[in-house]
Design a protein around this ligand. Structure first.
Ligand SMILES: C[S@@+](CC[C@H](N)C(=O)[O-])C[C@H]1O[C@@H](n2cnc3c(N)ncnc32)[C@H](O)[C@@H]1O
Length: 282
């Protein structure tokens, strides 16, 4: 069985899937890039180039948006992904859709991306929906956070993540009635394993799909749930401070006590969280 993102045909499918199949309202599809552009703007420093990383850049949709949005600004965009198939799609797309494409695409992993960067002073690191959930072990999560620590400009740099709620990740039983469904990707089985941690509240969810492009093949991926308040705790423990938050796909709010208590009770909608690193650089 193949890991979905590594399959060439799947990467082509994903490119159109994102445009055609994702529920607009639930995932804020039309507005996430606007929010991310606002976050990028908050890292601008006068007379200095702003370096932005799109981690898990996939087929490059967001990179193209940022390039067009910040056309006359002094920015450098870097896309990183561990799937060569997704990067290949991104490369074609950037070359076709942008004149004088200067965006750098790098093959790297969330757990080691600092190694593939020339500069270790990044102004803005953006992580898209669902990507953090591909980190399955505590060790992978910690390495990811260490890589942000190593690369994010202290104090003014921002790290933003679009975190999906656990209910989008954990699937009890797949629906097997696909009779009217023209979709080429059918969920055929789900294996959920409860994590043996203190709160017993996390699941590893292995989802297997039948990909109906001849020859029919099976694809899979694994995801790990992580509730939003637990995620924030993880970053607080690692010397990050939450600074902004978006709860509706429209407004970026300053992070305060009210937001914090809203998040503790939020189990059903996505959230964009923005952190800065407060590590001591002396
Ligand atoms: C949900 S897709 C998002 C793609 C793109 N940003 C978008 O919005 O269309 C997740 C992406 O993360 C990549 N990915 C998953 N796990 C990764 C890891 N450990 N390191 C780097 N990239 C990873 C996948 O290859 C895929 O391209």
């Amino acid at each position: 069985m193949s890991y979905a993102y590594d399959v060439d045909e799947f990467s082509r499918y994903y490119d159109t899937f994102v445009a055609n199949h994702v529920t607009q309202d639930a995932y804020w599809v039309d507005t996430v890039c606007e929010i991310y552009a606002e976050i990028i703007q908050r890292t601008f420093i006068d007379n200095q180039q702003t370096i932005i990383i799109d981690l898990g850049c996939g087929t490059g949709k967001d990179l193209i948006y940022f390039e067009n949005y910040f056309k006359n600004k002094n920015i450098k965009l870097i896309g990183i992904d561990h799937s060569q198939a997704m990067l290949d799609r991104a490369k074609d797309k950037l070359n076709n859709q942008l004149t004088n494409n200067q965006i750098e695409l790098l093959h790297g992993d969330l757990t080691n991306f600092a190694n593939c960067l020339e500069t270790k002073i990044i102004d803005c690191i953006l992580l898209p929906a669902g990507t953090f959930h591909h980190l399955i072990t505590d060790d992978e999560r910690q390495k990811f956070i260490n890589n942000i620590q190593q690369t994010l400009r202290p104090h003014t740099g921002l790290f933003a993540i679009y975190l999906m709620p656990d209910c989008y990740i954990y699937i009890g039983e797949p629906s097997i009635d696909n009779s009217n469904n023209q979709d080429r990707l059918q969920l055929i089985s789900v294996e959920n394993t409860q994590q043996n941690n203190n709160n017993n509240d996390e699941w590893i969810c292995k989802q297997t799909f039948e990909f109906n492009i001849p020859p029919k093949i099976e694809l899979s991926w694994q995801l790990r749930t992580c509730n939003i308040s637990k995620f924030i705790q993880l970053f607080l423990q690692n010397n990050f401070e939450p600074v902004f938050c978006c709860l509706n796909g429209k407004e970026l709010l300053s992070y305060d006590e009210n937001i914090s208590s809203l998040l503790n009770n939020n189990n059903s909608t996505p959230v964009i969280l923005v952190f800065r690193s407060i590590k001591n650089t002396n």
